[in-house]
Design a protein around this ligand. Structure first.
Ligand code: FDA
Length: 306
């Protein structure tokens, strides 16, 4: 039953009519629990609040379903504005983005020119940009572009590896020559058994495997999970292997496991929260519900609240 609901939510996350309606009507159905408002100002305020608790952030201007060059350019402009606002406000945050937002499905050249504009600005500010990993159809091209940009921009750019994919362990090995800063996650999209582990226990096992491998290579890891077992395992592993706290950070999503975020920050770990904002919140919100269908109960309640 839970799997059915999960599949339905992931299916709905790609519904374009619902996506358009969501943009028009503003943050609804409790989405504000997971999305830090529609404007950059509300997002910067949210980051300031986190910074006060010793937590750093990565800001993401939400966007999906980009079909024209104009929309892709506008999305890139938003990313640049986000970097400007981070710099001007002095908050401690970097930037996360999705390349389909920047025109990856229209043309590689368009996406690259938008990426270069963003990375030029990030380099100017000494900031960092993380390329989120999307569905499997975009995996290979994302890694290709990452390698090219890593050669051009060095440590200004990083990307993400998803533990649910069979290929990820080999990708960790292949990427090692770039000494990359990688965010490691379980994976959020619905993928077929031809490319991804169908069972949660296999995903969890592979997650631990790639985290350990990447850390032992001496590379920087952003361990992005709300899973306490994995977090405990990592804490123990780094201690046993004398891996310094400066070689990794924990990451969680805005509004999820807030207390655990605060505890990790207090224990002296770098804790970074992914703070999404903007009016294109629908797909992101539906994926969060799919990760934990119990949240649907909370959404239903919020629909009836004034
Ligand atoms: P898991 O799903 O096993 O959850 C462990 C526990 O955490 C649950 O039992 C529950 O208590 C809590 N929890 C998890 N999700 C919750 C939710 N939505 N609401 C409330 N509680 C919840 N994916 C991807 O494919 N590409 C990407 O670029 C990214 N980027 C990214 C950045 C950051 C900072 C994070 C934290 C995650 C991502 N992800 C992602 C999403 C990731 O792949 C994964 O889907 C989610 O993190 C959920 O998996 P967990 O590791 O938290 O474990």
């Amino acid at each position: 039953m839970e799997q059915l609901l999960r599949d339905a939510l992931l299916f709905l996350s790609k519904n374009r009519t619902a996506n358009r309606a969501a943009k028009r009507y503003g943050l609804r159905f409790g989405a504000s629990r997971f999305v830090a408002g529609e404007t950059i100002q509300t997002a910067i305020d949210a980051v300031r609040g986190l910074n006060k608790q010793g937590i750093v952030a990565t800001l993401d201007h939400l966007g999906e379903f980009v079909f024209s060059e104009e929309e892709a350019t506008e999305s890139a402009d938003f990313c640049i504005k986000t970097l400007d606002s981070i710099h001007q406000s002095g908050v401690r945050s970097n930037l996360s983005l999705k390349m389909t937002q920047l025109g990856l499905d229209i043309s590689r050249d368009l996406c690259m020119s938008n990426m270069r504009r963003i990375l030029d600005r990030a380099s100017q500010y000494g900031n960092f940009v993380r390329i989120d990993m999307e569905d499997y159809a975009h995996n290979e091209i994302t890694l290709d572009i990452f390698k090219e940009l890593r050669r051009e921009y060095g440590e200004t750019v990083g990307t993400v590896i998803q533990a649910y994919l069979y290929r990820s362990e080999a990708d960790i090995d292949d990427l090692n020559r770039f000494k990359p800063n990688l965010r490691l996650v379980k994976g959020a999209y619905k993928e077929p058994p031809e490319v991804a582990f169908p069972k949660k226990e296999d995903v969890d096992r592979n997650f631990i495997k790639i985290i350990e491998k990447h850390l032992l290579y001496g590379n920087y890891a952003a361990i992005a999970t709300h899973d306490e077992h994995i977090i405990h395992h990592v804490k123990r592993f780094v201690k046993e292997n004398h891996i310094p706290n400066s070689q990794f950070e924990f990451q969680m999503l805005y509004g999820i496991r807030v207390q655990l975020q605060q505890e990790l920050a207090k224990e002296g770990y770098t804790m970074r929260v992914y703070v999404p904002y903007g009016n294109d919140w629908y797909g992101y919100f539906m994926r969060r519900l799919a990760e934990r269908p119990a949240n649907v109960g909370f959404v239903v309640k919020s629909m009836f609240k004034k």
